[in-house]
Design a protein around this ligand. Structure first.
Ligand code: MTE
Length: 302
């Protein structure tokens, strides 16, 4: 078994201590000062009082095909990946295309904590305390034109540093997409960290997308380009297997993947003796997002 380094445990311990402090301070005045940075679980961000997944599980059980297809490949193969310098360009159907350096993003768009459940299409889930900010803030700075209907997210292409990109497992670079209104929804974030620290490479450093009501594969890692477009973009997964992966990919316990049910999930960290948990519609965010899909047949638009 892989040895757990002290440095991998520390952030969680510090974080949990700070969190207990925050809970006790919530009734008092200290929360006014600190509350914006570290909010209380079970409040605005998370649909339930789920326990946070352990830091070491979040950083060692990953999907990141650029670094290999096994769960441990990303943590083992991404150590030398260079995340600095980094920039993100926003272009396409916009009044004013822009390129932001990572430093500029950090300065202009302060990250706050968002505890989201991540439900993978493979049938497992985690509860992750992300640091991030609503993507809408970034998109508003370029002023989408009236033609902009969809948003395409393009991840980095660097086969010399990303061993998985040396084989054709997907059509690189990794591409994902959202409808513009989904991208503008306040729950959709650009994540820059987790457990109060910068994102580890295996989790998508230095900046990634997180869309909590959709299957995990919509949450693209290591984004370098965001393109506003008129027509529905073809994503890497749609291209790889259109009958299995649609454009919407909303978490939906009533629509099975062609090869397995999506009705239940295994929470990472649970014992194999623990029962699988029921999967919730829109991953528990139905109240916030079901309005986006009013009148749509979600079996057809999977
Ligand atoms: N982004 C890129 N660029 N490449 C990938 O292979 N995998 C996706 C998504 N983002 C992936 C990606 C899948 S399938 C999941 S479930 C989540 O990342 C996993 O995120 P995590 O490893 O931080 O838990």
């Amino acid at each position: 078994m892989k040895k757990i380094l002290a440095s991998e445990i520390t952030p969680e311990t510090i974080y949990q201590n700070r969190r207990s402090f925050m809970k006790s301070a919530a009734a008092g005045t200290a929360s006014v000062v600190l509350g914006s940075l570290f909010s209380i679980p079970g409040s605005a961000n998370t649909p339930s009082s789920d326990k946070l997944t352990r830091y070491r599980d979040i950083i060692s059980y990953n999907n990141y095909y650029e670094f290999g297809t096994s769960k441990e490949d990303p943590s083992e193969n991404s150590g030398k990946f260079k995340t600095s310098p980094w920039s993100v360009s926003i272009e396409g159907e916009v009044e004013k295309a822009k390129t932001f350096s990572y430093e500029q993003i950090i300065k202009d768009f302060p990250s706050e904590e968002r505890i989201y459940r991540l439900r993978c299409v493979e049938g497992w889930s985690m509860v992750i305390p992300w640091m991030g900010f609503s993507l809408s803030h970034l998109l508003k700075t370029v002023t989408p034109t009236s033609k902009a209907k969809f948003v395409e997210f393009i991840s980095v292409y660097r086969p010399e540093e990303m061993i998985g990109q040396q084989s054709k497992i997907l059509d690189w670079p990794y591409r994902e997409g959202l409808r513009l209104d989904e991208a503008m929804h306040p729950l959709t974030i650009m994540a820059t960290g987790l457990y109060g620290k910068n994102l580890p490479n295996q989790n998508g450093a230095p900046i990634r997308l997180v869309v909590p009501w959709k299957y995990g594969f919509k949450s693209s890692k290591a984004i370098v380009k965001i393109k506003l477009v008129e027509h529905i973009p073809i994503t890497s997964w749609m291209n790889a297997s259109p009958t299995e992966y649609g454009f919407y990919s909303n978490v939906n316990p009533n629509v099975s993947h062609p090869r397995w049910s999506q009705a239940t999930e295994r929470r990472i960290g649970d014992s194999f003796l623990d029962p699988r948990r029921p999967t919730e519609m829109f991953n528990g965010y139905a109240k916030e997002v079901s309005g986006l899909y009013q009148g749509m047949d979600l079996k057809k638009y999977y």
